[in-house]
Design a protein around this ligand. Structure first.
Ligand code: FES
Ligand SMILES: [Fe+2]
Length: 371
């Protein structure tokens, strides 16, 4: 029996067809998808270990010897810039007894595991292991770090633990024209601060919050909803089912001082399944990702950038506005989790005119899990 069938029996879930029909009608995924540990295990196996996820900005590994640590789902990852100029990615787990090779970013000619000193080249090859000459038949060449796929999305480095994965450029083909334009500007922006948030909710609750703005006029009335036009005719959302990307955009409506919002490009936001996103307006931009920590906890980071030369008061106000927005999101998603956990309302009902990207996200999740 397929793994999902075991879960179905255990939680009394409807059939695949019923779940899919429900999604078509605008029902959400059943509540159990948001707290069952078995679903989380399946997501790690079928989503996070096979999907492209944002790893780091290219500046983190700009020079030979640079390396950066990150995570793809629950898989620790290290990105390296080799002496041959090649940027590679590996599972950040030593082939001896599974300690991390590095726990923070750095620059070294070789990577030495801090536990017993096995040493790897930046190309992942094991070059030496203390006392290996005393082991008969020990073969360094068969103990290289496990490679992962690495690809750039302009200045952003993405990883996929599946080395046979469809190239990122193909996965994101439909949204590229929009993100190319967005990145033309974002590339110039300067890093300001990393915001981090730990939520007491399933990672999907947080991701779903990030891809709709139906909640903006209420939840964010004094933050995001005050800054941008978030009404149904002003704020647009689009989902590309085929490439599993989501796009949001909306005009700026409020500025401190006397700047004129109508001359600005406004807010633009791109999300790629399952967990990575980047956004931009005329003052700040950001990139980030959400990661599951457990079935009912997740962590998100958001790296904030600012346009060089932009009005400092506006940039400051914008950075504060984003932190306030994300704290408000956390409060809401933590509260939703209590509702999901009760399993008393098995399916929510989406407002599809505004929330159809959530349906695309839920379909992508369900399709991956039931594959
Ligand atoms: S776990 Fe890395 S050297 Fe022992
Ligand atoms: Fe929000």
């Amino acid at each position: 029996m397929a793994l999902l069938d075991d879960i179905r029996t255990r939680y009394g879930l409807p059939s695949d067809q019923e779940i899919l029909r429900g999604l078509e009608r605008g029902e959400t995924l059943p509540a159990e998808f948001y707290f069952a540990p078995e679903i989380q295990d399946l997501e790690q196996e079928r989503i996070f270990s096979k999907s492209w996820q944002y790893a780091c900005h290219e500046s983190k590994v700009a020079k030979p010897g640079d390396y950066a640590v990150t995570t793809a789902g629950n898989i620790p990852i290290i990105i390296t810039h080799g002496r041959d100029g090649e940027v590679r990615g590996f599972v950040n787990v030593c082939r001896h007894r599974l300690h991390a090779i590095a726990t923070e970013d750095g620059n070294k000619p070789l990577l030495q595991c801090p536990y017993h000193g096995w040493t790897y080249g930046l190309d992942g090859r094991l070059t030496s292991a203390p006392r290996s000459e005393r082991e008969s038949g020990f073969d360094c060449s068969s103990r290289s770090l496990i490679p992962v796929a690495v690809e750039r999305w302009d200045q952003w480095i993405f990883v996929n633990p599946d080395t046979g994965a469809t190239p990122l450029a193909e996965v994101t083909r439909d949204i590229r024209a929009r993100t190319d334009e967005l990145n033309t500007d974002l590339r110039e922006y300067e890093f300001q601060v990393r915001y981090e948030y730990t939520m007491d909710c399933n990672w999907k609750v947080w991701a779903e919050n990030a891809v709709e703005c139906y909640h903006c006029p209420t939840l964010h009335r004094s933050s995001f909803g005050r800054t941008y036009d978030t009404g149904p005719d002003d704020y647009s959302v689009a989902a590309q089912d085929r490439d599993r990307t989501i796009w949001n955009s909306g005009p700026i409506k409020w500025l401190p001082g006397d700047a004129e919002p109508e001359r600005l490009k406004g807010f633009r936001f791109a999300f790629t399944f399952p967990s990575s996103f980047f956004a931009l307006d005329d003052y700040v931009g950001f990139v980030g990702s959400v990661l599951p920590l457990s079935p009912e906890r997740c962590w998100a980071f958001v790296d904030m950038y600012a346009k060089p030369g932009a009005d400092e008061d506006i940039v400051k106000a914008w950075l504060e506005m984003w932190d306030q927005t994300l704290v408000e999101d956390k409060r809401a998603t933590d509260c939703q989790q209590i509702g999901y956990r009760s399993a008393r309302v098995r399916n929510g009902r989406l407002m599809l005119d505004s929330e159809h990207p959530l349906r695309a996200f839920m379909k992508a999740t369900f399709t991956a899990l039931s594959a």
